[in-house]
Design a protein around this ligand. Sequence first.
Ligand code: HEM
Ligand SMILES: CC(C)=CCC/C(C)=C/CC/C(C)=C/COP(=O)(O)OP(=O)(O)O
Length: 293
Amino acid sequence: MYMNKLRAYFIYSKPQVWWLLVFIGLIGSILAINSFKSYLIILLLVALVANMTGSMGAEGLTNYIDRDMDSIMERTRNRPLPSGEISEKGAFLFGIILSLFSIFILLIFKRYLAALFMFLGLFDNVFIYSYLLKRRTPYSIILGGFSGAFPVLIGWYTVTDRFSWIPFILFFLVMFWIPVHVWSLAYKYRDDYYRAGVPMLPVVYSDRKTAVSISLSSMLLILFSVIPYFLGFFNYLYLLVILILSVPIVIYSVNFIKKPTKKASMRLFIYTAPYLTFVFFIVMIIHIIEIIK
Ligand code: HEM
Ligand SMILES: CC(C)=CCC/C(C)=C/CC/C(C)=C/COP(=O)(O)OP(=O)(O)O
């Protein structure tokens, strides 16, 4: 019984989502480390715990705020809260306790800037995106998108106070990645979102306009992904990998423009997480090669 409840809360936190938030935060920490001193490894683990509990807490609170719409949408109505596996009170306490803990642990280790970024990420995801904008505008994910990029800054500034453009470049890379990621999924579930009264872009706009918006976002993402090379932040290996990784985005986007279907949009959506994972992975590999050299 106890294990079932624990499992329900773990599923409630949406690990299928937050693993990537924690991963980009981990890369943010690794990029900030240029020597393997033990205290840096401890701070890296602090960042990992903070980003994990922060992401779990944010999801817990946003799922609580969205409990009405989640019980309507087919995609979400079997989740632990709409299905009644966990109580509303338990869901809220889960979200608030983990969110506060994620800030608290950073304050305990005197990582004040990282704690500020955690507060801003949580505030943006829970209040700005979920509570304020998601029910009001198709552009909620733009203003609400900052939250998903904060783990990179948290990872970096938990490990060091050193300024660098690198974490901010990666912050904006995630920002440019979000529209493709969200709108391609929202196209498939636009009827769901319509029934729940959520004005996601594919609900509000025609197929044509949605396809153009998603494809423009894809091109912006690719453009912003190659800029760090031309600004001299990452080397030719980064450029080569980005160009290779960008080919499917172009193909899937063109296919979606030519024939906007749910299958075409989901092919693009399913590629978005691996794309971001491999971009961050190659940035980490390049950094580690630099340190070892
Ligand atoms: C405003 C920003 C975002 C919104 C609205 C959003 C929305 C969504 C939605 C609706 C899903 C499907 C969830 C499900 O039905 O299980 C999803 C999946 C996912 N999201 Fe996001 N997302 C956002 C930002 C991010 C960010 C910043 C990351 C990580 C850096 C991320 C990582 C993922 C992953 C890994 C999945 C699972 C992908 C898959 O199943 O293939 N998301 N997202
Ligand atoms: C600082 C820090 C750790 C911030 C983390 C913020 C965070 C959890 C970002 C992820 C954004 C996301 C997956 C939103 C889900 O949207 P949704 O609720 O519309 O998705 P749904 O319809 O599937 O519930």
